[in-house]
Ligand binder design. Structure first.
Ligand code: F42
Length: 148
């Protein structure tokens, strides 16, 4: 089930265009990172301040039906804003990897579990390792599993 409420598209044109194309075609188009050909998944979160629905495509890091959200933002100094959304409302998240979104619950990983998933993330998208080198912050990662 999609999150209820008003959807506020990303201020970044390339991001909102990708979400629009992905949703319009049920994930048949707009499902890779630009010219890289690596798969992406569309996640929705609840805006921590506005309460609006926010959508972000992220690289597809999947294992046993669970999906990782990697807050890399290209190695920028600050976390992506959606990280605050997830910390405030971890049960307000959907995952769309194909035609239909499903309801999930997110949890921020630490310790050994984070290391294990970080390795999966770098395997799926090697640039994550370079992004981590570029920034002083530890890149936050959230595991999303099916609700209920
Ligand atoms: N970003 C990544 O971090 N990792 C990836 O693996 C990744 C892959 C990727 C693939 C394809 C693609 O098209 C984009 C990809 N991105 C990836 C970019 C990603 O989709 C996000 O755009 C990026 O992570 C930045 O997230 P952001 O939340 O910082 O986005 C900004 C531009 C944004 O939308 N800001 C909004 C704004 O209006 O400025 C606010 C969004 C928001 O949620 N606001 C909250 C609210 O209440 O509505 C307030 C939250 C608060 O407490 O401040």
């Amino acid at each position: 089930m999609p999150l209820e409420g008003k959807y506020e598209p990303s201020p970044a044109k390339w991001v909102r265009d990708q979400v629009e194309l992905y949703e319009r075609t049920g994930g048949r188009e707009g499902n890779t990172l630009r010219d890289r050909g690596l798969p992406v998944v569309v996640f929705s979160t609840r805006g921590a301040k506005t309460g609006t629905v926010r959508k972000q495509p992220l690289m597809r890091v999947e294992h046993d039906g669970a999906y990782l959200m990697v807050g890399s933002k290209g190695g920028a100094p600050d976390d992506p804003v959606w990280v605050a959304n997830l910390r405030a409302a971890p049960d307000q998240v959907t995952v769309q990897d194909g035609p239909e979104p499903w309801d999930g619950v997110a949890r921020e990983l630490s310790g050994d579990e984070r290391s294990e998933w970080w390795d999966r993330a770098v395997e799926a998208f090697p640039d994550y390792a370079d992004y981590q080198k570029k920034t002083d912050r530890q890149i936050p990662v959230f595991l999303v599993e099916r609700r209920g």
